[in-house]
Design a protein around this ligand. Structure first.
Ligand code: UDX
Length: 429
């Protein structure tokens, strides 16, 4: 056993695997448990089921300290702290589905030297109800800690090792201290607080960031009417320390596994406790409208979309991930097809995932093949290789001239110099 505290990680999804690899890198033996036997077998063979830059290398480097099993007892026997990283997807009503979390809680034995450390995003109040469950089942010595994760897909490994902050919510017992000790080697401020507040930090942070995006998207829409340029506006706003430059990138709206889910979960949570969270309704609504606005732009330039060939550059909800959850490309490809257009798309990494979710479109091997014979090309995900495109080549193969830069990631001058028509989001320059 290493000098550092061994830990258990329950759930080997994206959060669980990054957390496990990160703690192994910090020197802990990590016992990973998942009910999916096939996944555990693949992990034992060194196969990483998700795409996340740097994760495969980190797991390979710390192989000796990472142990994979389908048996909860393997973790319980060796670790006091059991990090829970199982899925909490939204239900039809928008509430978080906690059935996987409850299954973990129910599987815990009576113990006075174990703690659940919640990494999964759960509604504020979940910790309290889990502790109540422990009490009702004679497991009141089982400790509970809320330790929300703030990992971003695409930079999760870096985010684990260099977090802005570590939030630990506990009852002021050994478990909270042990979690604090585990994170103490990272150069990051720790926020020690109660369980309810820690849970709320996570939901409120994500809802705030989503609000920032919807806000700048609405500013962009106003810029389109008034002739201002949202990139210039965001630059000017961001220099105010109180606002900051990040998350002021206007575009086709936010997607992913966290923002849509957490904004809705917070809205529901407020609603369930009798508070109508007015602002969050708009954040969601603006985001949905933003995904659809590009249709109007295409129609403005092309007239009818019937029989038009529209190319999509990028399908993932953001670059450096193969995650398609709540991706704008899902809505866009469906709308385009419904309007009678032919859709051809390329994504450097997410094509396999996209094929499971999008039907009726063509997939191209690269960006130039997306552009070939296209009436318009829409940049949906700002992968670096799309930023670096040679627009002279793009212009040479396109049937039309319209480039819609859905992420304001391209150089408008370079696009126009190639004889193409550039249309960004809220851009006048
Ligand atoms: C987010 C949070 O950032 C992270 O702290 C939390 O743990 C999980 O949710 P993630 O979903 O991986 O991370 O992606 P993020 O980089 O935050 O982007 C979310 C979405 O917002 C993407 O669709 C992105 O394109 C969009 N976005 C982001 C904008 O449209 N404009 C911006 O300025 C920033």
């Amino acid at each position: 056993m290493s000098e550092r505290e061994p830990i258990g990680v329950i759930g080997t999804g994206y959060v669980g695997l990054v957390t496990a690899a990160g703690f192994a890198e910090l020197g802990s033996d990590v016992y990973c448990v998942d009910i999916d036997a096939d996944k555990i077998e693949r992990l034992k063979q060194g196969e990483i089921p998700i795409y996340e830059p740097g994760l495969e290398e980190l797991i390979a480097k710390n192989r000796e300290r990472l142990h994979f099993s389908t048996e909860l007892s393997d973790a319980l026997e060796r670790a006091r702290l059991l990090f829970v990283a199982v899925g909490t997807p939204p239900t039809y009503s928008g509430d978080a589905d906690l059935s996987a979390v409850h299954a973990v809680v129910n599987a815990m034995p009576v113990s006075d030297h174990h703690a659940l450390v919640m990494k999964s995003t759960v509604p504020a109040g979940t910790g309290t109800s889990i502790k109540r469950l422990f009490t009702a089942t004679g497991k009141d010595q089982f400790r509970y800690v809320s330790c929300p994760e703030f990992l971003k897909e695409g930079s999760a490994v870096k985010d684990f090792l260099h977090p802005d902050r570590v939030v630990i919510g506990d009852d002021g017992d050994w478990a909270g201290d042990a979690v604090a000790e585990l994170y103490s080697s990272l150069d990051a401020p720790q926020v020690r607080t109660d369980i309810n507040s820690a849970e709320m930090v996570k939901l409120a942070s994500n809802a705030f960031l989503a609000t920032k995006i919807s806000f700048i998207n609405e500013i962009a829409n106003v810029c389109e009417e008034t002739g201002a340029d949202v990139v210039e506006v965001a630059k000017g706003m961001g220099l105010d320390d109180r606002i900051g430059p990040k998350f002021l990138q206007a575009g086709l709206g936010f997607g992913g596994s966290c923002f849509p889910k957490d904004v809705t979960a917070l809205k529901q949570l407020a609603g369930n406790s009798g508070y109508h969270f007015q602002l969050l309704n708009s954040v969601i609504e603006v985001n949905e409208l933003q995904k659809r606005r590009v249709m109007g732009k295409l129609q403005k330039h092309l007239g009818t979309l019937v029989g038009r060939r529209i190319g999509l550059l990028g399908l993932a909800f953001k670059p450096n991930t193969d995650d398609m959850r709540e991706a704008t490309s899902l809505v866009l490809s469906a709308r385009l097809q419904a309007a009678g257009a032919t859709v051809i798309a390329h994504d450097p990494i997410a094509e396999d995932e996209a094929r499971k979710l999008i039907t009726g479109i063509e997939f191209a091997p690269d960006a130039l093949e997306v552009a070939r014979d296209a009436d318009a090309v829409v940049l949906v995900t700002e992968w670096d290789q799309f930023r670096a495109l040679d627009f002279e080549q793009v212009a040479a193969v396109m049937a039309g001239t319209l480039i819609i830069d859905g992420r304001n990631a391209l150089d408008p001058a370079a696009v126009r110099a190639a004889g193409l028509t550039y249309e960004g989001v809220g851009r006048s320059h």
